[in-house]
Write a new protein. Structure first.
Length: 420
């Protein structure tokens, strides 16, 4: 049944694209796809009729659903029939169809990118950070096979299309060489065309009334420099997402100053380095949406730069890493002592992080491991003091947001702020 539905949806999606010919912005990479998607949408929405997918977990069905503009039909035949008839109606009759569609083009298994490109070919590709340790390596033979999937997307672009590439990523040169399209680069390095610098992490002296700190940075392009402020977020990852989105805006001839104004009330997606006020006037860094080596190390580097009487990292297992599982967990453990005062790990794999932290010289009296979440939460409730900063991060399956909820100063906001 599912295969038949997917086949029908793909046929209808391709017909829809043929009729309306929208600009397709495809986003791929290992870290920051959803955040980048949201910021691109926020920048474009006031000037264009733009639509973006709400989530991409199964690329074979989510991609055509995005093009059709529908949510999943779940297990209901009636709902799927309704989606199919809706798509036919849009194809037959003239519709207010989006001018721009933003689609996450992530891959979980070999062949995923080929399936995507059989349905939709983007005009603009944003490649976020791939990093030294890409995500979702479980079903791939090695990292090179993941890069091949990403290269298929870049190679699909024509000479009149656009590739927006992270200049700081380890695979930047390989990606750029594979592109026939125009390239806009972004990052922190000097050669970046859209460049960020003068980063200032928030501290107590300019916290917002609700306790948020945020970060301030400047973006430069062709001699113009404009300050940007994200009041509810931390981390270089959020800056990278902003840079990539600004590059899209520049392609559409949008003004840097106007783009900076988009962020006056911007809040990141739940679970992406989101700042939340915690109990006892503490600050929670909620990065619970997912975790891999690159994002874990980035989050730890961020908390390491903050000032606090005590910094605590609560780290869960990183999953879907295949043969790289132990290696990546050990790499994280090696850097812990330079980032936090207390390490708390949760889950059988994260115990490797604790072991490596001890091997690397961290005081074992400051390292704690838990297999039961209730025990972990109870320990934190007793341990947290005023002005402590707590990073909570782990793979989606670990459901680390349960910990955040118990530590929030205003748990009534959990439904609004936390990953569901």
């Amino acid at each position: 049944m599912r295969k038949i539905v997917v086949k029908i949806l793909n046929i209808l999606a391709k017909e829809m694209l043929h009729k309306y010919n929208p600009i397709i912005i495809g986003i791929s990479g290992s870290v920051g796809k959803s955040s980048t998607k949201k910021i691109v949408y926020e920048i474009l929405k006031d000037n264009y009729n733009v639509y973006c997918d709400k989530s991409v977990y199964n690329v074979d069905i989510e991609i055509p659903l995005t093009i059709i503009g529908s949510d999943s039909g779940g297990h209901s035949i009636v709902r799927w029939l309704h989606i199919i008839f809706k798509a036919i109606k849009i194809i037959i009759k003239k519709s207010n169809y989006p001018e721009i569609i933003i689609i996450e083009m992530g891959v979980n298994r070999p062949g995923d990118m080929k399936k995507i490109l059989e349905v939709v070919k983007p005009h603009i590709v944003i490649m976020t950070t791939i990093g030294k340790y890409p995500a979702h390596t479980k079903y791939f033979k090695d990292i090179k096979h993941i890069i091949r999937e990403k290269l298929l997307l870049i190679k699909s672009l024509g000479k009149n299309d656009l590739a927006i590439l992270n200049c700081d990523d380890v695979y930047f040169n390989e990606l750029k060489k594979s592109s026939k399209a125009k390239v806009i680069t972004y990052g922190f390095s000097k050669q970046s065309q859209v460049k960020a610098d003068e980063i200032l992490l928030g501290d107590k002296k300019f916290r917002m009334e609700d306790g948020s700190m945020g970060l301030t940075f400047k973006i430069s392009h062709k001699g113009t420099t404009v300050p940007f402020r994200l009041i509810y977020a931390l981390g270089r990852g959020q800056i990278y997402s902003t840079l990539a989105a600004v590059a899209v805006g520049i392609n559409f001839e949008m003004n840097l100053v106007k783009m900076s104004q988009v962020f006056s009330e911007y809040r990141p997606l739940p679970g992406r380095m989101n700042l939340i006020s915690g109990i006892k006037a503490s600050m929670l860094i909620d990065d619970t949406f997912n975790a891999n080596g690159s994002s874990m190390i980035s989050a730890l580097e961020t908390i390491g730069k903050l000032k606090s009487p005590k910094k605590i990292a609560v780290l869960g297992d990183m999953l879907e890493l295949g043969e790289y599982c132990e290696k990546v967990h050990r790499e994280v453990g090696k850097m812990i002592q330079d980032s936090v005062d207390i390490l708390i790990t949760f889950g059988c794999r994260s115990k490797i992080i604790s072991e490596e932290a001890i091997n690397s010289g961290m005081d074992k009296e400051m390292i704690f491991h838990f297999e039961e979440i209730d025990d972990l939460i109870g320990f934190l409730l007793k341990t947290i003091k005023i002005d402590n900063i707590i990073l909570i991060k782990g793979s989606r399956t670990m459901r680390m947001e349960r910990i955040v909820k118990e530590l929030m100063a205003k748990p009534t906001l959990a439904d609004k702020l936390l990953v569901k």
